[in-house]
Design a protein around this ligand. Structure first.
Ligand SMILES: *[C@@H]1O[C@H](CO)[C@@H](O)[C@H](O)[C@H]1NC(C)=O
Ligand SMILES: *[C@@H]1O[C@H](CO)[C@@H](O)[C@H](O)[C@H]1NC(C)=O
Ligand SMILES: [Mn+2]
Length: 403
């Protein structure tokens, strides 16, 4: 039986090979597409109407949305940009499922198709890829998996170095007065924006330390099923100083360090169980307002958008998105999934509702591709969520009219 199978296989291979030779012999080489028909070297152009972009969307090396790879932390230190995607592959602060160190690679793979038709955002009426801003993928911050304290410093340093680079584009003029806009930062400089691809949520502590260096205390919009303001002794932090900084406590530390603006920061999509009501009292003391995931059933996306906008106003704001804010039906590949969440559509609608806010930088975290479906549900959701963030950023410069 084995022999028979093997010999028939050999026959099949020979026939196939013969057919291939014949096909090759009959092929007219002049009819082949020129090599440059597919954009090469794997770097998309964003041409708008009437250009073929679909051909190369599944090929090439993955950067976010096929943006050019610039080695911002390496040999390309002098290349300016306006918005950078930056990976922070850290997952040694995770309590349940590890694997978010593969988040940056997964999100990039999930973002391949973002510019399939050119990238125009219909509801926001903007093409963020053609808005005059220089967008790049800076690759990943080198992060050690062996020493959390060291890794957290690496993330802060990598982010800070890019945040203090000069921008590619000038801030431009106020649309009403025509006068030059002035920066909204605390140090008076116009900073580029960084969209960080996590990584578990611990990375937000070093990211906020970096943000503080340019903006001072910052308002935070935080989408997550979890509070992440837990005191270390409540969230597994008792054993050591190192254990005390993890993906459930980083906002506690950020609040203790005075990085977060009290009262104008807000969580959305909260639905975790608690150690008890004291967790909410502790969350209040950490400076956050809260929107529960289930509020979407009563006040809808409009009501949620209204609450966020009223809380943040026109202050500079940092946006942190845990992919677990989305229901695991739509985004299963994450460290600590919680049922009863928002759909991908609902989160995207809410993000578009942030149009006009001064989002100084953002992240998406807790994407752990190993738990994803073969259909790349979670990494695709993460990429699409960032596309809304990018679109909102592209529409609103980080400036205000001069007094
Ligand atoms: C902004 O206004 C200045 C004059 O205040 C003008 O020189 C400059 O060209 C304007 N820039 C743009 C982008 O319109
Ligand atoms: C934030 O403000 C609240 C209410 O005024 C206060 O109880 C809390 O201690 C403040 N938190 C911080 C971190 O300053
Ligand atoms: Mn979470």
């Amino acid at each position: 039986m084995h022999l028979l199978t093997r010999s028939s296989l050999v026959v099949a291979v020979v026939i196939a090979a013969t057919a291939a030779v014949h096909a090759h012999g009959e092929h007219d080489h002049d009819m082949q597409m020129p090599l440059d028909y597919v954009k090469f070297p794997y770097q998309a152009v964003y041409p708008g109407d009437n250009e073929v972009t679909a051909d190369s969307v599944f090929s090439g090396i993955a950067t976010f949305a096929k943006l050019p790879w610039v080695q911002c932390l390496g040999k390309d230190k002098t290349v300016p940009f306006d918005i950078a995607f930056l990976g922070a592959p850290f997952d040694t602060g995770t309590s349940y499922r590890p694997g978010a160190r593969f988040g940056p690679a997964g999100i990039r793979a999930g973002s391949r198709r973002l510019t399939l038709y050119g990238g125009y955002n219909v509801p926001l009426t903007v093409n963020p890829f053609l808005a005059g801003l220089k967008l790049v993928d800076c690759g990943d911050i080198p992060v050690t998996p062996y020493d959390n304290k060291f890794a957290i410093k690496q993330i802060e340093d990598g982010h800070k170095e890019l945040l203090h680079r000069p921008t590619f584009s000038a801030l431009g003029n106020d649309t009403i007065t025509g006068k030059p806009l002035v920066p909204i930062s605390a140090d008076g400089k116009h900073h580029p924006r960084i969209i960080t691809l996590g990584g578990d949520h611990t990375i937000v502590l070093p990211l906020l330390r970096s943000i503080y260096s340019a903006y001072g205390q910052i308002s935070v919009i935080h989408f997550d099923s979890h509070l992440d303001t837990w005191k270390p002794e409540v969230f597994g932090g008792a054993p050591s100083e190192q254990a005390a900084i993890n993906h459930g406590t980083y906002f506690y530390w950020a609040s203790q360090e005075g990085l977060i603006k009290n009262g104008s920061s807000i969580h959305g999509a909260i639905r975790t169980t608690l150690s008890g009501p004291a967790d909410y009292a502790n969350d209040d003391a950490s400076g956050f307002q809260r929107i529960e995931a289930r509020e979407i059933d009563t006040i809808g996306t409009d009501g949620i958008i209204k609450k966020i906008r009223e809380t943040v106003g026109d202050k500079p704001v940092y946006l942190s998105i845990d992919i677990d804010s989305i229901d695991p039906a739509f985004a299963p590949a994450t460290g600590t999934p919680e049922t009863g969440g928002w759909s991908t559509r609902e989160l995207r609608t809410i993000l578009r509702g942030l149009d006009g806010l001064h989002i100084v930088s953002a992240d998406i975290v807790e994407v752990a591709p190993a738990y994803d479906t073969n259909a790349e549900l979670t990494t695709m959701a993460a990429a699409d969520v960032l596309y809304e963030v990018l679109s909102v950023m592209a529409k609103t410069p980080l400036g205000k009219a001069a007094e």
